[in-house]
Design a protein around this ligand. Structure first.
Ligand code: CA
Length: 224
């Protein structure tokens, strides 16, 4: 669960971002909306926040001052979201310790992706061994799979197959090779066992299931 403070004076934009983040994160991201800098500062002081998304032009103080104030308190990641596109504004933001700067109009998907990247970095997860493609994220050390930010329960064999697919993305993995690598030489069943695991894996991947391509009479490959 991540807590994200969004300081933005336009109510429709707050709602839009809130709805999008909640849906895309599968409820894993909690958004604290603030309509001005004072409210934002109060919220940031009253509870732990994992990321701040900050508008620059606000009714009371400007986002730059708020950024400065937040930096005095700690190193929470700060992402500016501003209609001010001038290079000097962006540089000023970075100079005050912002981690990223996006200009309006913006893509919700990109904002979500940037926010996710900042959250991962700040949680010290950069050292994780993660294979990802699109919305699919496989944490090799933790043996966990998440799809579009939501944790999905998968059996060890499914995770192992997904790992091989992701590691050799774009290349065809032959059924025999998958069998050999995952079941070993002494496996006596049919290589169709691979197909049934692939079927289960596809089900788990939901909207990304199409990334596992069937290669006629040969095997499978991962193609985003
Ligand atoms: Ca504004």
């Amino acid at each position: 669960m991540h807590t994200i403070l969004l300081v933005e004076d336009e109510a429709p934009l707050r709602e839009l971002i809130g709805d999008y983040f909640t849906a895309k994160s599968g409820g894993q991201w909690r958004l604290l909306p603030a309509a001005d800098g004072t409210e934002g500062l109060l919220l940031a002081r009253s509870q732990p926040v994992d990321l701040v998304i900050l508008d620059v032009m606000l009714p009371d103080m400007d986002g730059f001052s708020l950024c400065q104030e937040l930096r005095r308190q700690g190193d929470v990641p700060i992402l500016f979201l501003s209609a001010r596109t001038a290079e000097e504004d962006r540089l000023r933001g970075y100079g005050l310790g912002a981690d990223d700067y996006m200009t309006k109009p913006f893509s919700q998907a990109e904002l979500f992706a940037k926010a996710g990247a900042l959250l991962r970095r700040s949680k010290g997860e950069a050292g994780r061994q993660v294979l990802s493609s699109g919305g699919v994220e496989l944490d090799i050390l933790a043996h966990t799979l998440s799809v579009d930010g939501e944790r999905v329960d998968a059996a060890p064999k499914e995770l192992a197959i997904l790992r091989l697919l992701l590691e050799s993305r774009g290349q065809v993995l032959r059924r025999e090779d998958l069998l050999l690598r995952l079941w070993g030489w002494d496996f006596e069943g049919s290589d169709r066992v691979v197909d049934s695991h692939i079927r289960r894996l596809r089900k788990l991947l939901g909207p990304w299931s199409g990334c596992i391509r069937t290669v006629f009479k040969t095997g499978y490959k991962w193609e985003p």
